[in-house]
Design a protein around this ligand. Structure first.
Ligand code: SF4
Length: 399
């Protein structure tokens, strides 16, 4: 059976840097958006020329804030993708469209959404983060709760029926009740998909600096975990399936693109700093925008580093990412990931082979099982809801 394959496209521009953001993004006004778009299209053509199987199931345009691109720039990018790859008719095509970046006036915004529809974009992902204007301001976001409600309404009007909204919780100064109130307001907007992330303080961000200067303190771990579990419960009650540590969807609306990452399928990544995984090898593009434009202009792929996975890398990554899914990872899928990068196939059962490969992790894994944090059965393993709280420690057993 052919495994699924996706395309990720990175648009590294934002209107303003958020206070917690460590993503690769630059000022949308002063950056060379036009030159970048041309380089991106050229990179797509260059990589397509050396890709054998060009059938694609999902396309994800992320950033940054892709919705700051002009419609014509986005059209050029998607046109090039369609010219160079075989995009399946029912492909999921997502764009991250931050509130307040689609246009100030309803008419402008509707025209932009209409253009997205014509381009075949069928899923919008909005970085809402909070429905409290003070908290949005504190986070450094440029939008308000009113923008979110308006954007949702207009997106529905234009027929978008697959919307994701992101929520950030454990913002300093926010109580559990505040977080749940945010969540309730997001649920009331009735999106098909909700992603919930605990605020992470990343190095070299204004928030990291504020913590260093004693101007802010992070939410205590225990409180953060209690809020997380309350969020999971509230979303389940509202009819959302909890299918990945941070992701919840109405039935039939799981993110097909993100699922590619969690099941070790291939994805080709384009754009500044983008990372891809194809044919059991990983690569990362340069993060220097001038270098990116120059390299692609010279007809070369802008790769900063690439390496082939060993069979162990493959199974280790499969377990690490697979455990993020609530259904966990089966021995069969994990061992299949190993075999994809291996020249020899041993005939033992997947379960026997799995524990042969991870024999050194077995005792500790069983300890986690006894503590009710990990479920190990004949099919594979999965985290319990309490196990999610220490997911990194459990996952690191398999690295
Ligand atoms: S919009 Fe997203 S990518 Fe841009 S600065 Fe804010 S968090 Fe970072």
């Amino acid at each position: 059976m052919r495994s699924r394959k996706g395309i990720y496209i990175h648009i590294p521009f934002c209107v303003k840097k958020c206070n917690y953001c460590a993503f690769l993004s630059f000022d949308a006004v002063t950056s060379p958006r036009g030159e970048y778009t041309e380089a991106l299209c050229e990179e797509i053509r260059l990589r397509a020329a050396e890709t054998k199987d060009r059938r694609i199931d999902t396309v994800y345009i992320g950033g940054g804030t892709p919705s700051v691109l002009d419609v014509s720039q986005l059209r050029d990018i998607l046109h090039t993708v369609r010219e160079c790859f075989d995009i399946k008719e029912d492909a999921e095509i997502t764009i991250e469209a931050n509130p307040a970046t689609l246009g100030r006036k309803d008419g402008v915004m509707l025209a932009k959404l209409q253009a997205y529809k014509y381009m075949g974009i069928n899923r919008l992902s909005m970085g809402v983060q909070s429905m409290d204007n003070d908290r949005l301001h504190f986070l450094g976001r440029i939008h308000t709760a009113e923008n979110v409600a308006r954007d949702m309404k207009l997106a529905r009007e234009k027929g978008f029926d697959n919307l994701n909204l992101d929520l950030i919780f454990s913002v300093p100064g926010e109580s559990r009740e505040d977080a749940l109130k945010d969540l309730d307001e997001i649920i009331a907007l009735n999106p098909e998909h909700i992603s919930c992330y605990s605020l992470q303080i990343e190095e070299d961000t204004p928030f990291a600096e504020m913590i260093e200067h004693g101007e802010m303190t992070e939410a205590p771990d225990e409180e953060d975990r209690e809020t997380y579990h309350a969020i999971c419960g509230r979303l389940r009650e509202a009819g959302y399936e909890h299918y990945e540590i941070s992701n919840f969807a109405k039935p039939g609306y799981r993110s097909r693109h993100n699922s590619l990452y969690w099941d070790m399928s291939d994805y080709i990544a384009f754009g500044l700093g983008a990372s891809g995984f194809t044919d059991n090898a990983r690569y990362r593009n340069t993060s220097d925008i001038e270098d990116y434009i120059k390299t692609v202009g010279e007809g070369r792929l802008p790769i900063a580093e690439s390496y082939a996975n060993t069979p162990f890398d493959n199974i280790s990554e499969a377990v690490f990412t697979g455990l993020r899914r609530i259904e966990g990872i089966s021995y069969e899928d994990a061992v299949a990931a190993y075999d994809r990068a291996s020249e020899t196939t041993i005939k033992n059962s997947p379960k026997e082979r799995f524990w042969e490969i991870f024999k050194e992790a077995k005792t500790e894994a069983e300890e986690y099982e006894k503590r009710g944090l990990l479920i190990i059965d004949d099919q594979g393993l999965r985290l319990t809801e309490q196990g999610i709280d220490i997911s990194n420690s459990i996952m690191s057993l398999f690295v």
